[in-house]
Design a protein around this ligand. Structure first.
Ligand code: ADP
Ligand code: MG
Length: 571
């Protein structure tokens, strides 16, 4: 008995829809990409109820004939490619001919369209069938309205993330589309409120300030280079604007926003020595190359591409970025990251919590000293009393006592102290609110600020209050003053990803951040009082001998060792 049936068109489209249009933001992406392919110079996006009630995209592109307006919704219907030859040389954003068919299968659609010298025509579809059509009035271009999204796929509806993350995804999508097309005017209206708008005047600087906010501009650098007929340009934000998420690295290839691990990594590596661990840059990379060298047909959402010369790209991009970053004159702490990035913070945390006193203590200077008697006599459970002698290279604090000379790595020590501070708070996150002396302006992008505004009540629950200009006016005492920006950035990332705040996770992240941040103090000169304070706090630490990454905070060179080095004793 034959059990295999060929699916009907509608079912096949619904399955394809799962890949192409998983959420409102992906519908907006597909519709706007069609408008861009239709040479529109003005694209307006209107969204109601995060796109679930309505998504409308209006463009002033070339429009369609009434025949094509219906044909466009058939599966595999496209005007963009006809032969296999074309598939290897894709210059348009679309080419698979499945987006409109997929969208139609999961929503109710109305299209209005008009070509130059043609009449305006409209058609409405329900359950993928035309229920109404005829003449209408419209300027040249196309207007597509999507209603009742996912009305017939309740499972999909259920899997949509929180309201907030759908809205955030819509805004991200808008940002990327706008950033990749500086010559097109875009606007985004959500629930009848104009949320974002770009001018389409081909000026990248004004575009960036419209997308990220005016404040970011002064901290961005432009670069432009060409190699092997590949043009690479972009904008790099100063490392001082480091972010907690990778997604502020935006890559475009031939006008298409893509996700590409290798190139993202090339950018992160380019920034490597300028950033703390776990921090990512804000960067825009724009690549233009012969489409033959690119396979865009590897992902239904066309978000991934394959480069035929990926290693060359990777190498070149990393070095261009390094070169560009050295032109940032101010506030670049060079070589911040003293540890190997590959070691994950989780591992550091685990190591430092698992740390037990054993013969691996850093007091062991070398193997042959292990049997040395004085070491055995040391009370190694606490940092001994010792006298400050001086500081070496503004980095190592030197002390002496009857055992010999101690060197304390001031940064490692500070990391340990900071780390334990926040780790302790995790167990006991009491929210006592402190009012700020002067309201504090935070270094956030316009998106961050609007998210902040939206969740102002949630922030209040944790003791963060803001004035009308979104300057910080109160904060919980457990967050140190210097960590406020970092903490708020982490909170926004979590709201974005999880829709809420889980304080213990935020504090854990902060503990991790802090354990890295101490290294910013590389070669900082610290005063005598600060030195005493540092040692006092280190004494109180649970695991004073290593930084959270497992490097020693203190090393002892015993008198015996020193004498042996000077060959006063032979053994
Ligand atoms: P693809 O973009 O891969 O060709 P779509 O399903 O997204 O597939 O669109 C099908 C076709 O409909 C396009 O090839 C194009 O001819 C036409 N089309 C869609 N949207 C527009 C628009 N806004 N303006 C003009 N033509 C459009
Ligand atoms: Mg398309």
């Amino acid at each position: 008995m034959s059990v295999i049936n060929q699916m009907n068109e509608k079912l096949a489209n619904m399955i394809a829809a799962g890949e192409v249009v998983e959420r409102p933001a992906s519908i907006i992406k597909e519709l706007v990409e069609n408008s861009i392919d239709a040479f529109a110079t003005n694209i307006n996006i209107l969204v109601i109820d995060n796109g679930l009630r309505e998504i409308k995209v209006i463009d002033n592109g070339i429009g369609m004939s009434s025949v094509d307006a219906k044909k466009a919704f058939l599966r595999h219907a496209t005007s963009k490619i006809t032969t296999e030859y074309d598939l290897e040389r894709i210059k348009t954003l679309g080419f698979r001919g499945e987006a409109l068919a997929a969208i139609l299968s999961v929503s109710k659609v109305t299209i209005k369209t008009r070509q130059e010298n043609g009449n305006a025509y409209y058609a409405s579809f329900v359950d993928s069938k035309v229920i109404d059509e005829g003449n209408t009035s419209l300027n040249i271009g196309t207007e597509i309205t999507i209603n009742s999204l996912f009305y017939n796929t309740p499972a999909r509806l259920k899997y949509l993330k929180s309201e907030f993350s759908e809205r955030a995804a819509i805004i991200d999508t808008f940002d990327r589309l706008a950033l990749s097309n500086p010559n097109i005017r875009f606007s985004l209206t959500i629930d009848d409120k104009l949320v974002k708008e770009t001018y389409g005047n081909n000026d990248y600087y004004s575009l960036i300030s419209q997308i990220y906010g005016q404040g970011i501009l002064k901290d961005m650098k432009y670069f432009e280079e060409e190699f092997a007929k590949i043009k690479v340009k972009g904008y790099l934000a100063s490392p001082s604007l480091a972010r907690s998420r990778r997604k502020d690295i935006t890559i475009f290839v031939n006008g298409r926003y893509i996700k590409n691990y290798t190139l993202t990594q090339a950018i992160v590596d380019g920034y490597h020595s300028f950033l703390m661990n776990n921090k990512y840059p804000l960067a825009i990379l724009i690549i233009e190359m012969d489409p033959v060298l690119l396979d865009v047909n590897v992902h239904p959402q066309k978000l991934e591409v394959k480069f035929s010369n990926e290693s060359l790209l990777r190498f070149q991009i990393e070095s261009i970025i390094k070169k560009t970053l050295t032109t940032f004159k101010h506030d670049i702490p060079q070589n911040l990251s003293m540890f190997d990035k590959k070691e994950t913070t989780e591992k550091y945390i685990k190591e430092s919590l698992d740390f037990t006193y054993n013969d691996e203590l850093p007091f062991k200077v070398s193997n042959d000293i292990k049997e040395e008697k004085t070491l055995g006599e040391l009370n190694i459970n606490k940092i001994p009393e010792m006298e400050y002698v001086g500081t070496l290279a503004s980095t190592y604090l030197l002390f002496q006592n009857e055992n010999g000379m101690y060197m304390v790595d001031q940064h490692a020590a500070e990391e340990r102290i900071n780390y334990e501070y926040y780790y302790d708070v995790i167990g006991n996150p009491q929210i006592i609110v402190r009012e700020m002396f002067i309201p504090r302006k935070l270094s956030l992008t316009t998106n961050d600020l609007s998210n902040l505004k939206k969740h102002i009540e949630l922030f209040k629950e944790y003791g963060f209050m803001f004035d009308d200009e979104l300057n910080l006016v109160t904060h919980p005492t457990f967050v140190l003053d210097k960590d406020l920006d970092l903490m708020i950035d982490e909170m926004l990332v979590m709201i974005n990803e999880k829709g809420t705040i889980i304080l213990s996770e935020i504090l854990d992240q902060l503990a991790k951040d802090k354990s890295c941040k101490a290294s910013i103090k590389a070669s900082d000169k610290i005063s005598r009082t600060e030195i005493d304070e540092l040692i006092k706090k280190l004494r109180l630490a649970k695991n004073p001998y290593t930084c959270p990454h497992g490097r020693p905070t203190i090393i002892l060179l015993t008198h015996y060792e020193i004498e042996r080095m000077f060959k006063r004793v032979v053994s």
